[in-house]
Design a protein around this ligand. Structure first.
Ligand code: ATP
Length: 358
């Protein structure tokens, strides 16, 4: 059974749709990320789920009940927003106790719950410290402890890590994910960071202009994006214009024929409606003298970004540029100006829908 279901949810502000006919089921116990560029409607959708915004049309079902018009404070959902909104004049324990006091939990039960939560967020010795004297990561953990204090059925997180520096942010991603899995709490998190979504989510909902562009497991979306928009948003990709002969034959901008994983895609679409996607890590760089068969393109290395563990080579293939991700160990001796063969394995060459301009 899925706990949260959105049915044709639309929200219009001054006549324009921030969220447009969204249907979605959020499975129990999973962490789902709403991912998309600024202004695509992620926060509005989360606020509708939270009860902080009423949809213009459509409904929000939770645990089999229509909660579309149930106010936020009666939904019993835990929330953490970008600003955290901890009470600065209160200690860690007082912040965590706040929702428990609102529910009139007795003092002894409150103390037990606070101790349990402090243990959970690994701050057992900081109960009495004012929250103003905590680090960013510690404040983050307190905000999460407060959000889950009264054991909500759903946890809503809106860019909760955006104020943290990159390293702490990555550490907190793992921490929140482990905590969520341990508690088995259904969680929805808004982010515009694809790496964060890939790290944390069971399912990613990619949004584009108020609509859902694709829903799926992180790796499925990465490997099989439905469109140029999704491919471009999730990870690095070589996205190339192609032409086709209508019979499954596909050619690159330089005229080279290429075998693709899903040739049937072209029969349904005009050339300008499709693109070829190949991820940089799927491009194999070989010596120019190597054996040449189909899907091998001659090119010249024009730039190398070698950061020790990984190596990224830009290859000019006369007519277009490819990025190949490899390692110094896999491609020793690669230098700028070197002629190479770039192999694009057919199974990794995917035709996808081109980005629409409207
Ligand atoms: P960001 O990543 O920048 O927070 P987002 O994907 O969360 O963006 P929303 O905040 O949901 O996007 O906004 C979606 C659209 O709705 C935007 O065009 C925004 O300007 C508009 N919008 C959001 N809230 C309101 C409001 N209260 N009144 C009018 N327009 C709004």
């Amino acid at each position: 059974m899925t706990h949260l279901t959105l049915q044709s949810v639309t929200k219009r502000f001054n006549g324009s749709s921030a969220v447009d006919s969204v249907d979605l089921s959020v499975p129990d116990g999973k962490l789902v990320c709403f991912l998309g560029p600024s202004g695509c409607g992620k926060t509005t959708l989360l606020r509708i789920i939270a009860g902080l915004e009423t949809p213009t049309s459509g409904s929000v079902m939770f645990a089999g009940k229509d909660v579309t018009h149930v106010p936020a404070n009666r939904r019993d959902f835990g929330m953490v927003f970008q600003s955290l909104a901890l009470f600065p004049h209160m200690s860690v324990a007082e912040n965590i106790a706040y929702p428990l006091r609102l529910r009139k939990m007795d003092k002894a039960a409150q103390s037990r719950r606070i101790a349990e939560l402090l243990e959970l967020i690994q701050l057992p010795h900081m109960a009495n410290r004012p929250v103003t004297q905590l680090s960013g990561g510690q404040r983050q953990r307190v905000a999460i402890a407060r959000a889950i204090a009264s054991s909500p059925k759903l946890l809503l997180l809106d860019e909760p890590l955006s104020a943290l520096d990159a390293k702490l942010r990555e550490a907190m991603q793992v921490e929140i994910r482990l905590l969520q899995q341990r508690l088995g709490i259904t969680t929805i998190m808004v982010t515009h960071d694809q790496r964060e979504a890939m790290t944390m989510a069971d399912e990613i909902v990619v949004m584009e202009k108020g609509r859902i562009a694709q829903v799926g497991k992180p790796l499925d979306i990465y490997r099989d994006p439905v469109s140029e928009f999704v491919a471009d948003f999730i990870g690095l990709g070589n996205i190339l214009p192609v032409t086709h002969d209508g019979r499954g034959g596909v050619s690159l901008p330089g005229g080279q024929q290429i075998i693709v994983a899903n040739p049937a895609r072209v029969t349904a679409a005009a050339s300008d409606e499709i693109r070829l996607l190949i991820r940089p890590e799927d491009v194999c760089v070989k010596p120019a003298s190597g054996e040449k068969s189909s899907n091998h393109l001659a090119g010249t290395v024009t730039f190398i970004r070698d950061v020790g563990a990984t190596l990224e080579a830009t290859i000019d293939c006369a007519g277009f540029t490819l990025t190949a991700a490899t390692t110094p160990r896999e491609t020793p001796g690669l230098t700028t100006g070197m002629p190479v063969l770039a192999e694009l394995p057919a199974h990794a060459c995917k035709l996808i829908a081109a980005r629409t301009t409207h």
